[in-house]
Structure formats: C-alpha cells, structure tokens
Design a protein around this ligand. Structure first.
Ligand code: NAD
Length: 352
C-alpha cells in the first residue's frame, strides 16, 4: 500500500462522465452514499436500451432522500462548449471519465461513434482539465482538477500471448478500433500529464458484469436467450477465456484510486489493471449462468449452444495481473462468478 494512501474525501466534488452507464451509475451511487457531491454527465445515447439508463439515473436521484448532492447534465462530451460549461459550473476536484462508445463488435459496424466519443470527447475532457488551472482561486480554495481517472480497457492487450497481462507489457497491437481508442486515451493522458502536470490514472477494466449491466454484453444476451429457450452463439467454438470482474470490485478499485493521484517526481500518469485475475473458460461461465438462472427462476434453464468461429476484433483470452493495484492500493477483486452471477440473475429475473 502507498505510504501516502488517502481514503475517499467527501469534501471534494466529483465529476463522473457516463453516469447513466453501468459502471458510472454504481460509482456515483457509492460516492453519494458516502456523502460526496457528484455531478454526472451522459448523452443518453440509444446504443442500448435507454430505459435502463433512465432507471439507473432514477436510482441515483433517490439516494439520501433525493438530496441536492447529485446533479445530472444531459450532454455530449464531443461538444466542447458543453464540457467547458460543466467544468465552469461545478468546478470538479476529481474527474472520472467513464463515458465512451463501448463494445468491440460494434466498432466494426460504426467506427465513427468511437472517434466521436472516445477521441474527441476525451480530448475535450483533457482540455477542460487543463483549463481548470486557469480557475485556481485562493479565495474559494479551488485548485483545479487534482486527479483525472479514466476508463481504459483490457482490450488494449490485443491478442497478447503472455499471461497474466501486466501493465508494462507491449500494447502496440490493438485488434479493434475500440482498443485503439482506449490505447490512444492512455497516450493522450500521458501527454497532458507531461505538458500541463495534470495528474491522471488510466484503469484497464476487465469484462465487468453484474446487476443493471450492459445489454450488449454476452452474458446479458445469453441470459435472455437461455430464458427464452433460444440458441446462444458461442464464438471460437467455446475456446475463449475471460477475466470476468464483478461490478462491486470494479467500483471498490476505482474508489481507492480517486484521492490518490500518481505521486510527484516525474510525469504524473499511471495505468492499472482492474480484473479478477482468474480467467474463466467461457463454457464454465455459461454453465454457472445456467445454474444461477435455474436457481432464481426455480426451473431448469439450459442453454442451446450454436458454436461459431472467432469474430473479427475479438481476442481469445483476457487475464489481468493485479500486482500493481495490490502493491499501491492493497486491493484485489475477490468476487467469484458463482456469487456474482447469482446476484446478476436475481436482478435480471425481476427487471426483464
Ligand atoms: N463494462 C466493461 O466490461 C468494460 C470493460 C472495459 C472498459 N470499459 C470502459 O468503462 C467505461 C464504462 O463502461 P460501461 O460498461 O459502464 O459502459 P456504458 O455504455 O454502460 O456507459 C457509458 C455511458 O457513456 C455515455 N456516453 C457515451 N458516449 C458519450 C458522449 N459522447 N457524451 C456523453 N456521454 C456518453 C453512454 O450513454 C453510457 O451511458 C467505458 O469507457 C468503457 O469503455 C468497460
């Protein structure tokens, strides 16, 4: 653990982008429950079911009896004026950039969406962080943005063979445009740290799942199809491994990083993996999901499987090394898929 480690500071203002998204929602919830002020922005795009995004937001509005600690702004990061106005109004101390066009397969279909949100949007965030230093104000004590934390992804490791994936491994061979935008974010953040002394931390998340999760992800469509007795498509003939990471573990990891920007003495930019460090064979994951769905519905749920070849942009295996995270923050995800999928299945049965 870092000797200078600091717990979450409820006196700070946190700006979360992508707050109506899966991870953004749970992070905002955690911060609000601990008495923090949270401003959240999201463009509410219809890449997946917007009503799910609305219900996540409605949940946030109710925390602490609907206190004024949470402000929501519907707006697009690709619009520079909007981003600047949000920074001017809320003067965040800590910025967490989670807004992005996510998904690997969709980046083949609609590459432009990735450039818009992940490149232009992230550039606007970096610029707003940089210009927050023009607002430093001795009277109010505002110091500008003290830490930018942003979502990267395990997809930056591409088809690397060496496992577990460690932060210092070469990540110069992305196999999807999504991965290329995430790697670009790391490079862009590094440059802003170098040029403007913006302290920044990139978090490479590994396949995040849980209640209120993303309908475009495989476990979600698998669940719907298993319950409807429709066949599920399993790529690479099932020979795939994923380091599935439960949402609460991701949020705990992010929470520990927030008030701990990379230390002075060099460029203040660092990258961490947050993953379970326990890759699951996809077929075992599906069996565990069948059991969880059977348990919550009280009847046997069996998947009908259609095996297909590997899809372009996909990778056969993800596996996180969490040594760096453990060393600096004394934390490592611990939730196994048996426990995590049961919680997901219970929510899924009620919501859908
Ligand atoms: N869920 C995972 O398994 C996973 C894995 C690795 C990395 N990530 C990254 O973590 C972050 C959060 O992922 P998530 O699973 O919560 O995704 P999500 O799609 O549920 O959330 C992203 C949110 O950002 C919003 N958004 C997208 N473009 C925007 C824009 N231009 N302006 C404003 N809002 C915009 C969307 O409406 C959405 O609500 C993303 O950056 C994603 O790439 C997620």
């Amino acid at each position: 653990m870092r000797p200078d480690y600091k717990e979450l500071d409820p006196q700070k203002t946190y700006l979360i982008t992508g707050v109506a998204g899966f991870i953004g929602h749970f992070l905002a919830k955690r911060l609000l429950e601990q008495g923090c002020r949270v401003a959240g922005i999201d463009n509410m795009n219809d890449y997946y079911d917007v009503s799910l995004k609305r219900s996540r937001l409605a949940g946030l509005m109710q925390i602490n009896g609907g206190s004024s600690a949470f402000s929501f702004i519907e707006g697009d990061l690709a619009d520079k004026g909007t981003v600047r106005a949000v920074f001017n109004k809320y003067r965040p101390n800590i910025v967490v950039n989670l807004a992005a066009q996510a998904g690997v397969r969709y980046s083949i279909e609609n590459p432009g969406a990735y450039i818009q949100s992940n490149i232009t949007g992230f550039f606007n965030i970096l610029e707003a962080c940089r210009h927050s230093y023009d607002q430093i104000d001795q009277n109010s004590g505002y110091q500008g943005v003290e830490h930018l934390v942003y979502a990267s992804s395990s997809s930056v490791y591409g088809a690397n063979q060496k496992v577990p994936f460690a932060e210092d491994d070469c990540v110069d061979h992305p196999v999807s445009l999504y991965a290329a935008t995430k790697k670009s974010n790391e490079l862009m953040a590094y440059t802003y740290s170098h040029l403007y002394h913006l302290p920044a931390t990139g978090l490479r998340f590994f396949t995040v799942y849980g209640p209120l999760g993303r309908p475009d992800m495989a476990y979600f469509s698998f669940s719907r199809k298993i319950m409807n007795q429709e066949p599920i498509q399993v790529f690479n003939n099932g020979d795939m491994y994923r380091d599935f990471t439960y949402i609460d573990d991701i949020v705990s990891g992010v929470e520990r990083v927030l008030c701990n920007p990379p230390g002075a003495g060099g460029v203040r930019h660092k990258v961490y993996n947050i993953g379970n460090s326990k890759p699951e064979r996809l077929m075992h994951f599906i069996e565990t999901l069948e059991k969880a769905l059977s348990r919550v519905t009280g009847r046997r749920q069996a998947a009908k499987i259609e095996f297909l070849p590997m899809q372009p942009g996909d990778v056969p295996r993800t596996y996180a090394s969490t040594d760096r995270l453990e060393q600096d923050f004394g934390f490592k995800p611990r939730t196994g898929i048996e426990e995590g999928l049961l919680k997901f299945a219970a929510w899924f049965k009620d919501y859908y």
